[in-house]
Design a protein around this ligand. Structure first.
Ligand code: MN
Length: 327
C-alpha cells in the first residue's frame, strides 16, 4: 500500500513521550431540579466512552450547599432512581452524602471513603447531601458490568482505604489494587480507581499493566501525564501499551483521580441510568421502571423500594431514534 497524497509533507517522526495521551475536556451537565447542581462530565463523550470498564465520570464542586454562600442552590438532592448493568462508585473530597437503596442499605459517605453499589439486574437509590455539609466536592463514577455478571443480584459496599506512599505520591486505592494496597470492594473486571496526591513540584512513576488503559482526572493543581499537560478538571487518557505512568505536579499541589482497567471489549448501550446491550433492552428497562415504581404496579419487582421515600424520579422520554452502542 502506498501513500496516495500528491503533495506529501515532510514529517518528523520522533519518539514523543506525550504521544497517544488524549486530553478530554469536561462538559457541564445540570443534574436537574430547581436547585440543580452542575457536574463536569468527562465520560462518556464523543471522543471516548470507556476507560477499561469505567463508563461514566462526573466531577463536582467545591460547591457551597448551605449558608449564605449557597444562595439556595447546589445541594445534592437526588430522589430514588434506577440503575441496571453497572456499579456506581462515590468518592468525596469534601462533604457528607446519605445513600439509601432498595436492598435496604442506609450509609453515609465522607472524604476518604468509597460507596460502591453494584446495580446488577436492577436497583434504585437516593443520594442526598446532609445538613452537616457546607461544601460538597467529589466524583461519581460508574463501571459497566461485563456481560457475564450484569444480571447479578444488587448489593452495596463501603470501604475506607488506608493511604499508601509511593515516592512523593500518596495514594488512596478505592477500587482494585496498586502499590500493595487493595480495596475491599468487589470488581467484575480488572479495574483501578485511586486518589493520587502529589506536593507542588512532586513526581512519581507508577508501574502499569501494558494491557490496561488509564485516565487521570485532575481535581486540583495541574498534572503532567507521560509528558502531556492536563489542566484542572480535564481527564488525560493513556491508551494500552504503557508499562509505567509518569505523573508530575505543577507549581501547586496536585490532587487527581487515577482510573485504569483492561479494555472492556464489549459494546454497551447507555441511556439515562441504565446500561444495557441493545436499544430494545433499554426500552424494556425504562418500561419496567415506569410500570413497577412510577405507576406502582409491582413495588416488589426488579427495582424494589427505597425506605423513607414515597417518590421516585420518572424516566425521561426516550429520544426519537434508536440508541446506538458505544465501544
Ligand atoms: Mn444513581
Amino acid at each position: 500500500m502506498s501513500n496516495l497524497e500528491v503533495d506529501p509533507v515532510e514529517q518528523v517522526c520522533v519518539d514523543d513521550p506525550a504521544a497517544g495521551v488524549q486530553v478530554l475536556e469536561p462538559r457541564l451537565v445540570p443534574l436537574g431540579g430547581p436547585r440543580a447542581m452542575t457536574v463536569r462530565r468527562t465520560l462518556p463523550q464523543r471522543q471516548r466512552s470507556l476507560i477499561g470498564a469505567w463508563c461514566f465520570c462526573d466531577h463536582y464542586g467545591p460547591d457551597p450547599v448551605s449558608g449564605p454562600a449557597a444562595g439556595g442552590r447546589a445541594a445534592m438532592d437526588v430522589p430514588p432512581h434506577p440503575h441496571t448493568g453497572l456499579q456506581t462508585v462515590s468518592w468525596l473530597f469534601q462533604g457528607e452524602i446519605e445513600h439509601r437503596d432498595s436492598v435496604g442499605s442506609r450509609a453515609w459517605i465522607h472524604p476518604g471513603q468509597v460507596n460502591l453499589m453494584t446495580a446488577g439486574a436492577g436497583i434504585q437509590h437516593s443520594e442526598v447531601s446532609t445538613d452537616a455539609t457546607e461544601w460538597l466536592h467529589g466524583v461519581q463514577l460508574w463501571t459497566a458490568l461485563p456481560d457475564a455478571h450484569r444480571g447479578t443480584a444488587p448489593f452495596f459496599e463501603h470501604d475506607e482505604p488506608e493511604p499508601v506512599r509511593v515516592g512523593a505520591a500518596t495514594l488512596r486505592v478505592f477500587v482494585g489494587s496498586l502499590a500493595g494496597s487493595s480495596s475491599a470492594v468487589t470488581t467484575f473486571s480488572p479495574l483501578l480507581g485511586a486518589q493520587l496526591d502529589l506536593p507542588a513540584g512532586g513526581e512519581v512513576a507508577l508501574p502499569a499493566d501494558p494491557g490496561w488503559e488509564h485516565g487521570l482526572l485532575v481535581d486540583a493543581g495541574e498534572a503532567t501525564l507521560q509528558g502531556a499537560r492536563i489542566a484542572r478538571d480535564e481527564l488525560g487518557y493513556v491508551p494500552v501499551g504503557a508499562s509505567e505512568l509518569r505523573i508530575a505536579a505543577g507549581d501547586a499541589p496536585l490532587r487527581a483521580i487515577l482510573l485504569g482497567g483492561e479494555p472492556l471489549g464489549e459494546r454497551i448501550v447507555m441511556w439515562w441510568n441504565f446500561v444495557g446491550r441493545s436499544h430494545e433492552e433499554i426500552v424494556a428497562f425504562r418500561e419496567q421502571w415506569q410500570r413497577e415504581v412510577i405507576a406502582g404496579d409491582d413495588p416488589d419487582g426488579r427495582f424494589g423500594h427505597v425506605d423513607g421515600w414515597d417518590f421516585a424520579l420518572p424516566a425521561p422520554e426516550l429520544p426519537n431514534l434508536r440508541l446506538r452502542p458505544r465501544d
